[in-house]
Design a protein around this ligand. Structure first.
Ligand SMILES: *Cc1c(COP(=O)(O)O)cnc(C)c1O
Length: 228
């Protein structure tokens, strides 16, 4: 897979061990049968961004006997937490205190194991685009409060941070900022080591700035049909 080579080269360029970087193949818009094929090729981690699509897909993949770890990477609404907690192994996109509480309530009822949670960070501080904000802002969306809400909820495990580089930012600058946020968070929560950053177009700068998870769709599966 060409993406594995890109990850390997990006790690070599900054003397990182490729074993530190988890490839999450984002399978949105592709059917369950493609997830089964990927699992057969050794892909262990897949990502989805909409519950309406992911829930039946995860059920179909499980029914076919294929085992993958499901990463929920899209914007999450509180009324979807119950469903997502039923199949997700990792949620990358928690960006509010109330959302964290809703997910904790759902995970308590639906799971034996704690659910791994990454706090999604807004790199440019614009809360309209999703992500918790660093410093002042609406209390529900303040990064410190969101992290504390996740860390304080027994059904959840605070695993780290996630971000999408804003369109109008140079990716290097965006991922450098995320690395700073991650370092600050780890001072309070040493186990929160995950940094989910990098997509098909910017995985190299993400890895250079410490990404532990890259979320790759089109570079593995091809260009997606436009959503109607
Ligand atoms: C679709 C998606 C990706 C993958 O994007 P590509 O550019 O196809 O690699 C990564 N992260 C999130 C949150 C996504 O929705």
């Amino acid at each position: 897979m060409a993406v594995r080579e890109r990850i390997g080269a990006a790690c070599e360029a900054v003397a990182r061990d490729p074993g530190e970087v988890t490839l999450v193949v984002v399978t949105k818009t592709y059917p369950a049968s493609d997830v089964e094929l990927l699992a057969g090729l050794g892909v262990a981690d897949v990502g989805e961004n909409r519950d309406q699509e992911a829930a039946p897909k995860a059920a179909a993949v499980a029914a076919a006997g294929a085992r993958v770890r499901w990463h929920f990477v899209g914007q999450l609404q509180r009324n979807k937490c119950r469903s997502v907690a039923g199949y997700a192994d990792v949620v990358h996109s928690v960006d509010g205190v109330r959302l964290a509480r809703a997910l904790a309530g759902a995970a308590e009822r639906h799971r034996e194991r704690p659910l791994d949670v990454l706090v999604q960070v807004s790199i440019d501080g614009d809360p309209a685009r999703g992500g918790a904000v660093v410093g002042a802002g609406e209390p529900d969306r303040q990064l410190d409060r969101v992290a504390a809400a996740v860390a304080g909820a027994a059904p959840l495990r605070l695993a780290g941070v996630m971000a999408v580089a804003p369109m109008h930012w140079v990716p290097e600058a965006a991922f450098e900022k995320l690395a700073e946020v991650s370092a600050r968070l780890r001072a309070d929560y040493p186990a929160a080591t995950a940094v989910s950053a990098g997509m098909s177009g910017d995985l190299e700068p993400a890895i250079a700035h410490g990404a532990t998870h890259v979320r790759i769709g089109s570079a593995v599966l091809g260009t997606r049909a436009k959503l109607r």
